[in-house]
Design a protein around this ligand. Sequence first.
Ligand code: ADP
Ligand code: MG
Length: 392
Amino acid sequence: MTKKTVKDVEVRGKRVLVRVDFNVPLKDGKVTDDTRLRAALPTIEYLCQQGAKVILVSHLGRPKGAPDESLRLDPVAQRLEELLGRPVRKLDSCVGPEVEEAVAALNPGDVLLLENIRFHPGETKNDPELAQGLAKLCDIYVNDAFGTAHRAHASTVGVAKLRPAVAGFLMAKEIEALSRLLTSPARPFVALIGGAKISDKIGVLRSLLTRVDSLLIGGGMANTFLAAQGYNLGRSLLEPDQLEQARSIMEEARERGVNLVLPRDLVVAANKEAGAEHRVVPVNEVPEGWMALDVGPATVEEFCRILAGARTIFWNGPLGYFEQPPYDAGTVAVARALPATAETIVGGGDTVAAVTRAGVADRITHISTGGGASLEFLEGKELPGIAVLEDK
Ligand code: ADP
Ligand code: MG
């Protein structure tokens, strides 16, 4: 890890602004999934124990640069207080004289939560004035929100440029796990890529091609690869404008000696509705007008066999329309077959949901909290929110 973390700076008595990712689901004024709050606890608890004055800032949802009553962070403060076992004072704004007063009144070990930073139009524009306002509140800046590190916003980059800036524990864990994939993966290194579209993931597919031993492709994006091979996919999700891209990826895999594996059978259905007629067919027998919604059992078996021999696995993208059983079967079967002997890294909002639903989340070496951020990281791009942190 080349970036400084909270352990590399003296925080005692200092005002420490921590960018967290508290973008959690809410219902009826309550947090319905507190995974992201729990993930931030190690950094917050450490800072409190070290006697820092802790100021937390996060976004929640997409409020369009103006206050939105349904996206206030009060329910988050309430749940965080329970998890931390310490009072969490919540403010109704992020910058300005009242906030500065509240910060001035903090004692070492106190925790303050600012309002949803995206209520300010300046956040996503990385407005210097908003960044200044945040910088006024703190002596040290900590970024523990990996999921937003690929965006240059006022609370991820602007303020970080104005103060000594370091990584929190969660951020450090993400950087370490993903860096290992780029620099020194134990081999064989197998990537499993699914999800809806190739176009979302071209960058990462190209990058993985230069690093992996096997590339297994499922989900909607596999349809485009199969179509590029000349198969008729009926009414399946397909990207006609990506056929050339798919061909060129297959060509590059051949040149590099990467074992690129596409589905050999598919679960096809007459339509996407629950209870629609469905059956398993080889890829060359998709009935006219039907659609592929999952990989078939022969494909699952082949994927599992290759995964069983892997020492490093990266997985992004469900292998089918997993929100609608029985089309979760391929995804769930592969999730359950992930070998305990490999280092397994899973990223992507839907993929993490699928792995959790399969009940195997605790067997995964690292579950990345960032969807877009983890893909950009694996493309080899420098993420602005990480670049701005101080080197060791
Ligand atoms: P992640 O959020 O993990 O990065 P994506 O958003 O790329 O994953 O892809 C997940 C979406 O892809 C899900 O909504 C899933 O239903 C859809 N999907 C996967 N395979 C298919 C398919 N064969 N047909 C239609 N949708 C699919
Ligand atoms: Mg998704």
